[in-house]
Design a protein around this ligand. Structure first.
Ligand code: CAO
Length: 445
């Protein structure tokens, strides 16, 4: 039985044990770390002097130790050292660390690993290796890791392991880029903040790339609207399992009616676009399908069904996407919806839309029909459970049973929260919407 003792601490005494790297009964190799000590200047790993089984640990975390104190008992005859491939990354021998990390004071005939306690600067200003010319065996773990380019001490590595932080992604603020505990904490804090912002904590980040290596670049800050949109879209995409149901409505008759009404209302300065008609039909369907006019509660176990039908309409503004909410759309006429949408779109484009007028939506509508495209996948805006996308209506040859006839077909893209709405329900909703758009009489009954 061998008693393992604290090596020469280079003048330090009453140094705190901050980590026990092994447990009693555990087999260790000659250079394997057993304890981590931390002074106000550095951390240092104390290895076993020889291979064997640790039969007893004589210290615990928080104890203070000085040179020569016994810290463990080891049975050297109990077992052979562990094969190298079973060692954790930080148990690599010191020979693997970069040359500049090796302590210089190894006596002749011994490697640095066999002679020097690990030292890890705790702060750049005070970073000094513990004097170690006469110190006994120790492996410098400071630079050893699964990624040899990472410079971090054992306590930092342990902290990173515990917090699930990838050292390779952390920028060290210490001497020669050595990673400090503070760096790990800052990294984790930053990740948690961006995770909280996205609602998707645990989602691996997209690696940061220096694009200038590929060619000239310049940066442009995102304005508030774009930043808010980015945040909302990330939350939506990470939290809502969504599916898009595509359909098309024959709006030939609706279009003829719209043109007719535009002529009729021209004197009043009212111009109907397709969107208010679709909003009216959508509101009607939201009444008929209450689960589309609902929200999941926070724990996802209850559906909150709404007795009002407020619909958000995505408006393209110079600053980015804004979504004014039109209230009680089911109770309003197409003329009222038209006027309200025009007013709110103008306010949104002028940046004068009050926040309150962007809140309380039950469902959203996003129309790209004025621009073009055949279909798209709008993103559900939680806590809403559905969003309807409109693409450009085009004349299509439609088979009427005897011949192809030209019909104006409106592409519909209905995205929905699959936690709340089943595919069959979505297809039924979509078909009902198609029926309403094809014959507006459906919505007056
Ligand atoms: N098919 C064919 N033509 C369409 C159409 C469609 N689905 N939708 C609109 N049009 C026509 C309109 O009838 C109008 O034509 P006329 O001037 O000849 O009558 C023209 O296209 C312009 O329409 P518009 O899109 O400017 O106006 P709108 O009332 O149809 O839509 C609004 C209002 C606020 C929805 C729209 O201006 C807008 O901002 N759309 C963009 C929304 C957006 O950005 N969505 C993406 C969100 S996710 O990033």
């Amino acid at each position: 039985m061998t008693t393992l003792k604290i090596p020469d601490l280079g003048g330090s005494s009453q140094v705190e044990v901050i980590e026990l790297m092994v447990q009693a009964g555990e087999q260790v190799s000659a250079d394997q770390g057993v304890l981590v000590l931390e002074t106000d200047k550095a951390t240092m790993e104390i290895p076993a002097e020889q291979a064997g089984v640790i039969t007893k640990l004589l210290v615990k975390v928080g104890d203070k130790v000085s040179t020569g104190d016994a810290f463990a008992e080891l049975d050297a005859s109990a077992a052979a050292a562990k094969p190298a491939e079973e060692k954790p990354a930080e148990e690599k021998p010191a020979e693997e660390k970069p040359a500049e990390e090796k302590p210089a004071a190894a006596p002749a005939g011994k490697t640095a690993a066999e002679t020097t306690p690990v030292t890890t600067p705790a702060a750049p200003a005070t970073a000094q290796p513990v004097p170690s010319a006469s110190a006994p065996a120790a492996a410098d773990m400071a630079s050893a890791s699964s990624d040899d380019s990472v410079h971090a001490g054992p306590a930092v590595r342990k902290l990173a392991r515990e917090l699930g932080a990838d050292l390779a992604q952390i920028k060290g603020s210490g001497n020669r880029g050595r990673i400090q505990k503070e760096d790990v904490h800052a990294f984790v804090k930053q990740r948690m903040q961006s995770g909280a912002a996205s609602g998707g904590s645990g989602v691996p980040a997209v690696p940061e790339i220096d694009f200038s290596q590929f060619g000239p670049v310049h940066t442009q800050p995102l304005n508030n609207v774009k930043r808010a949109t980015a945040r909302a879209m990330t939350i939506a995409n990470l939290n809502v399992p969504q599916v898009t149901q595509f359909d098309q409505a024959d709006i030939t008759d609706l279009e003829a009616y719209r043109v007719q009404q535009n002529a009729r209302y021209a004197k009043q300065g009212i111009k109907f676009s397709l969107v208010p008609f679709v909003l009216k039909a959508l509101a009607h369907c939201l009444r008929e399908f209450p689960t589309f006019n609902a929200s999941l509660n926070r724990n996802g176990e209850e559906l909150i069904l709404k007795d009002y039908v407020h619909i958000g309409v995505a408006v393209d503004t110079p600053k980015g996407l804004l979504v004014p909410v039109l209230r009680d759309v089911d109770k309003k006429t197409v003329t009222e919806i038209t006027q309200e949408l025009q007013e709110k779109a103008v306010l949104a484009r002028e940046g004068k839309l009050p926040l309150a007028q962007m809140q309380g939506g039950c469902c959203s509508l996003s129309s790209l029909g004025g621009i073009g495209g055949t279909a798209f996948t709008p993103i559900v805006n939680p806590p809403e459970v559905a969003i309807l996308g409109l693409s450009k209506a085009t004349m299509q040859p439609v088979w009427d049973g005897q011949s192809f006839v030209p019909r104006l077909m409106l592409p519909l893209s209905l995205s929905y929260d699959h936690r709340v709405i089943d595919g069959a329900e979505a297809a039924r909703f979509s078909q009902r919407l198609v029926a309403c758009l094809q014959d507006l009489r459906e919505i007056i009954m």
